[in-house]
Design a protein around this ligand. Structure first.
Ligand SMILES: [Cu+2]
Length: 512
C-alpha cells in the first residue's frame, strides 16, 4: 500500500527563526560524543489498585555537560531536567511538591487536564523554598506525552533555562494495547530538545544571554546531553520529542531523508499515522514518531539534524526483525458540536521584542480576561498580527484543556495536527481556529510559549465556571508578593531585582 509522504515543514518559511536578527545558529560543540542520557522513571512512593503517590522535588545540582567544570543546574529529582513521571489515567494521583531550591518555584503540568489555578501550577501556586505542598487529581484524558515545568511569573524562562523541565507520560489501556514500541529507554525514548550557551567554567548566565524575543544558545542539548549517541537495538524506535527550548524551533530530519511516522501530537495520538521525512516543532509542542531502521545494519549510523546541524546520532546494533505494522487507525477523535449561536472568541497576539501583547494588553496576575462555562465548546480564533516577512511564529498554549485545530486562515490544518493539542504555532498574518472546551472550573493561563514572550506579558487568563452555580472567587497571586519574595530569597532589595520580562513592562510605563 502506498501512503502519502510529506516532505515539508508546513510552517511559513519566511517566519522561520533562522531569519531573526537575533538568531543564534546551532554549532557543533567541541566535546566528545556521549551516550544519550535517558531520564530514570520516577518511582511512586506507594501504589494501590486505585491510587498512586509521588514526591516531586525541585532541586539544585551540578551536571557534567561539557569537558571540564560541571554546570550548576536545576531539576526535578535530578540535577538537570528530571526523572520521567508516569501518570495512569483513572488512578487517583497524589503528588507532594517539594521545593529544595534557593528560591520560589511553581510546578506546572503542561498538558494535564487538572484544575486551575492551584493544581495546574501556574503563577498563582508558588511553593517557597523549604516548603512542601500536596496536590491530588484524577486524569480523564487520552494518553499523551506531556511535561512538567516551572511557571513562576516573571521568572518562568530563567527557571526553565536552569533545567526545570521534565517529561510526564500519561498512559491508558488503549495506548498500551496498540502494537507500538513500549519499552521505556530501549525502544520508547523521550527526547527533550533544548539549546544553551555556556559561559566561563561551563556555567549558564541567563541575564547575559537575555533577549526579549527568546533566549537561545549555540549548543544543542538532548535530554541534557551534548553530542549524544543512542544505541539502537530494536528495528523500530518510538521517539517522544518535546521542544523544551525557550525560543528555538526545531526543524528535524534524518540522514538519507529517512521517513518516519508521526503517531501523536501534544495531547493525544493522531487519528492515523502521518508519514513524513521533515518535522518542525515550535516551543512546547510534542510529537511522537516511530522510526523504522529496517534498511540499516549493524555498524551504520543514522543522524538526526535540526536544519543542517547534527543533534543526535543513532548507532545501529544488531536487532531482531520486526514485521509489525503500525495500525492504520490510532484514535477516534469525536469532534464536539459547537452551538452556532456561541460567539467566536477572538484572541490577538501582537508585537515582538518588549512590545509583545495579548489582546493589546500585557498580562496582569489579578485580572481575569475572559470567562467560559465548563463543558461548552467554543471556537477560538487566534490571530498573529506580526508582519509576514519580518514576524515570528508564536506558539499559542492554553492551560487546562486539549483543543482541536479546526483551520488555518480558513484552510485545513497541517496533516499532523488532527489530534488533540495544547500548543499551536501561529504564523505571522495567520488566524488559527481552535475548538476549545474546558472540563474543570478554575483559572487558566493562555499565552505565547516563547517563554520570554510570556514573561514579557503575551499572556492572559480565563476563568471557567459551572453554569448555574455561583462563580468561585480564587485567591490570585500578585506581582509584588512574588517580587518581594524573590528579592528576599536572593538577599537583595526589590529595586535591585532583575527578572526576564521586567523591561518589557517598564519600557511601556507599566508595572508588572
Ligand atoms: Cu511569541
Amino acid at each position: 500500500m502506498s501512503e502519502e509522504i510529506y516532505h515539508d515543514y508546513f510552517f511559513d518559511e519566511p517566519a522561520f527563526n533562522t531569519h531573526d536578527g537575533g538568531y543564534v545558529p546551532l554549532e557543533i560543540a567541541d566535546a566528545p560524543e556521549k551516550p544519550l542520557a535517558i531520564p530514570a522513571r520516577l518511582k511512586p512512593d506507594k501504589e494501590t489498585d486505585t491510587d498512586i503517590w509521588y514526591t516531586v522535588t525541585a532541586q539544585a545540582g551540578e551536571t557534567p555537560i561539557l569537558p571540564g567544570k560541571k554546570t550548576k543546574t536545576w531539576g526535578y529529582n535530578a540535577s538537570i531536567l528530571g526523572q520521567t513521571i508516569v501518570y495512569p489515567v483513572g488512578k487517583h494521583i497524589h503528588v507532594a511538591l517539594e521545593n529544595h531550591l534557593p528560591e520560589l518555584t511553581t510546578f506546572h503540568w503542561h498538558g494535564l487536564i487538572v484544575s486551575g489555578p492551584y493544581v495546574d501550577g501556574g503563577c498563582h501556586a508558588p511553593v517557597y523554598p523549604g516548603e512542601t505542598k500536596h496536590i491530588d487529581f484524577t486524569l480523564d484524558q487520552p494518553a499523551a506525552t506531556t511535561w512538567l515545568h516551572a511557571h513562576p511569573c516573571p521568572s518562568t524562562a530563567e527557571q526553565v533555562w536552569h533545567g526545570l523541565a521534565t517529561m510526564v507520560l500519561v498512559t491508558d489501556d488503549h495506548i498500551n494495547s496498540l502494537p507500538l514500541p513500549h519499552h521505556y529507554g530501549v525502544d520508547d525514548i523521550p527526547l527533550v530538545l533544548q539549546d544553551r550557551r555556556f559561559h566561563e567554567d561551563n556555567q549558564l548566565d541567563y541575564h547575559a544571554d537575555y533577549d526579549p524575543d527568546g533566549v537561545q544558545g549555540p549548543t544543542a542539548l538532548i535530554n541534557g546531553t551534548v553530542n549524544p549517541v543512542f544505541d539502537v537495538t530494536t528495528q523500530k524506535l518510538r521517539l517522544r520529542i518535546l521542544d523544551g527550548a525557550n525560543r528555538r524551533e526545531w526543524r528535524l530530519h534524518f540522514s538519507d531523508d529517512l521517513k518516519f511516522a508521526q503517531i501523536a501530537g501534544d495531547s493525544s495520538l493522531l487519528p492515523e499515522p502521518v508519514y513524513m521525512d521533515h518535522l518542525m516543532l515550535t516551543c512546547a509542542e510534542r510529537a511522537e514518531i516511530v522510526v523504522d531502521f529496517a534498511g540499516y545494519h549493524e555498524g551504520q549510523t543514522v543522524t538526526l539534524f535540526s536544519d543542517d546541524v547534527p543533534i543526535l546520532k543513532f548507532r545501529i546494533h544488531q536487532f531482531a526483525a520486526d514485521n509489525t505494522t503500525l495500525p492504520d487507525h490510532l484514535l477516534t477523535i469525536n469532534k464536539p458540536e459547537v452551538d452556532p449561536k456561541t460567539p467566536v472568541r477572538k484572541i490577538e497576539m501582537s508585537g515582538m521584542d518588549e512590545a509583545v501583547m495579548l489582546d493589546g494588553k500585557k498580562f496582569s496576575m489579578q485580572r481575569i480576561d475572559a470567562t467560559q462555562p465548563v463543558g461548552q465548546s467554543q471556537y477560538w480564533d487566534i490571530t498573529n498580527t506580526n508582519e509576514k516577512d519580518s514576524g515570528m511564529v508564536h506558539p499559542f498554549h492554553v492551560h487546562g484543556t486539549e483543543f482541536l485545530v479546526i483551520s488555518r486562515n480558513g484552510h485545513a490544518p497541517y496533516p499532523n495536527e488532527h489530534g488533540f493539542k495544547d500548543t499551536v504555532g501561529v504564523n505571522p498574518g495567520e488566524t488559527v481556529r481552535l475548538l476549545v472546551r474546558f472540563d474543570l472550573p478554575g483559572v487558566y493561563m493562555y499565552h505565547c510559549h516563547i517563554i520570554e514572550h510570556e514573561d514579557g506579558g503575551m499572556m492572559a487568563q480565563i476563568q471557567t465556571y459551572e453554569p448555574g452555580k455561583p462563580m468561585p472567587k480564587y485567591k490570585l497571586m500578585d506581582m509584588d508578593t512574588l517580587m518581594n519574595a524573590f528579592a528576599k530569597e536572593r538577599g537583595i532589595e526589590p529595586k535591585d531585582l532583575w527578572m526576564a520580562g521586567m523591561d518589557s513592562y517598564s519600557k511601556y510605563g507599566m508595572k508588572m
